[in-house]
Design a protein around this ligand. Structure first.
Ligand code: FES
Ligand SMILES: [Fe+2]
Length: 362
């Protein structure tokens, strides 16, 4: 059984007594290993939007908690999450993204269908242990929610639909399922993944790095996270506007499904896709989602992309700073503001999942 360092033991039962996490939670490779085992290999992890796989044979590759996957769309419009490791001698059978009729392993040319089934394998007829029906690519669960494709490496996990059931009413009028990605920009992120999630789930910091941007449109001290029932797998952060601006809401489906919805004359969404690499590195891709016909308005898209880039650069300065500050051996946890309820909810989630993980064989 994996030994998970208990860095979440001190997470408070109330926001009033809540502290930040100890530095080891962000710096220790063993903590990240524990999080991969107890969270990323057990929870629903978002990997794509359906419009990124919009025709038969489209595929993209993604790694979830060190498991190399290929996500495919078959002729019936079904999505599959498959291991992309050949069942012969472990060669990856796909890279990047594209369109295929089938996957042919480049090593000895075993061929797999879009649903992972092994279709053919040359010169295996003399093997007594070769069984074509048993040697498909490993399959994992893939389900769609509001236009996003999620995978779950745990075959016993409850269905995705029920998992986010209580989040649905907040998004009922937004039409997220019908939106599509109109712009994407990626950023290398040399921080522990939790530094970014924590920054995402509070708007207390609008007054700091965003003093010339979001603080004018959605001031820090008017923002609040909803007081959701213990155990909710997500948080909701409302950002009321100043006069003449639009409100926006921030949503985090734990652990890393981060998006925001801006509701004005036009409803748009922004999805922050996180691809974790190691305990102090990930990539984030910021996708703008819009409905038609706005999706076809290049000026609007370019404007939004520039605004989001500027805001993200502002966030990068503080994430850089926090990651550097955590390296101090003298760093001690500090108290959270009532405006950081989302951070505390995230920590409660981590504590719960890591405890559950510690009680299971992983
Ligand atoms: S490793 Fe794939 S066919 Fe041999
Ligand atoms: Fe920010």
């Amino acid at each position: 059984m994996t030994q998970i360092p208990d860095v979440y033991a001190e997470v408070s039962g109330t926001i009033e007594t809540a502290l930040t996490l100890p530095r080891r939670a962000y710096l220790d490779d063993a903590v990240f290993d524990g999080e991969k085992a107890a969270i990323f290999r057990r929870e629903w992890i978002v990997v794509a939007r359906v419009e990124q796989l919009d025709h038969t044979g489209s595929f993209l590759t993604v790694d979830v908690a060190d498991v190399p996957l290929v996500i495919t769309r078959d002729g019936e419009g079904r999505f599959h999450a498959l291991s992309r490791i050949c069942r012969h001698r472990a060669m990856p059978v796909a890279a990047g993204c594209g369109t295929v009729k089938a996957f042919t392993c480049p090593y000895h040319l075993w061929r797999y269908g879009l649903d992972g089934r092994l279709l053919s394998a040359p010169a295996m007829e003399k093997s007594d242990v070769f069984d074509v029906s048993q040697l498909g690519l490993q399959r994992f669960r893939a389900e769609v929610w509001e236009g996003w494709i999620f995978v779950n490496l745990d075959e016993n996990a409850p269905p995705l639909e029920g998992h986010f059931e209580s989040l649905k009413p907040y998004l009922a009028a937004d039409g997220l399922a019908g939106m599509k990605i109109v712009h994407s920009q990626s950023f290398a992120s040399p921080w522990n993944w939790k530094v970014f999630v924590e920054n995402f789930v509070e708007s207390y910091h609008h007054a700091g790095p965003h003093s010339e941007s979001l603080q004018h449109s959605n001031p820090a001290f008017g923002t609040y996270a909803l007081d959701l029932p213990e155990g909710a797998p997500f948080m909701v952060l409302e950002n009321p506007p100043s006069e003449g601006s639009d409100p926006f809401s921030v949503y985090a489906g734990f652990p890393t499904f981060l998006f925001a919805v801006q509701r004005g004359e036009l409803t748009t969404a922004v999805w922050f896709q996180m691809d974790l690499i190691d305990h102090s590195t990930f990539n984030v891709t910021i996708h703008i989602l819009m409905p038609e016909p706005a999706a076809s308005d290049p000026e609007l898209v370019t404007f939004m992309a520039a605004v989001l880039r500027q805001i993200h650069l502002e966030d990068m300065t503080v994430c850089d700073g926090v990651q550097a500050g955590l390296a101090s051996p003298m760093m001690v946890p500090g108290p959270l503001s009532h405006l950081e309820r989302g951070v505390w909810q995230f920590h409660r989630y981590l504590q719960r999942k890591m405890r559950e993980g510690a009680n299971k064989k992983i």
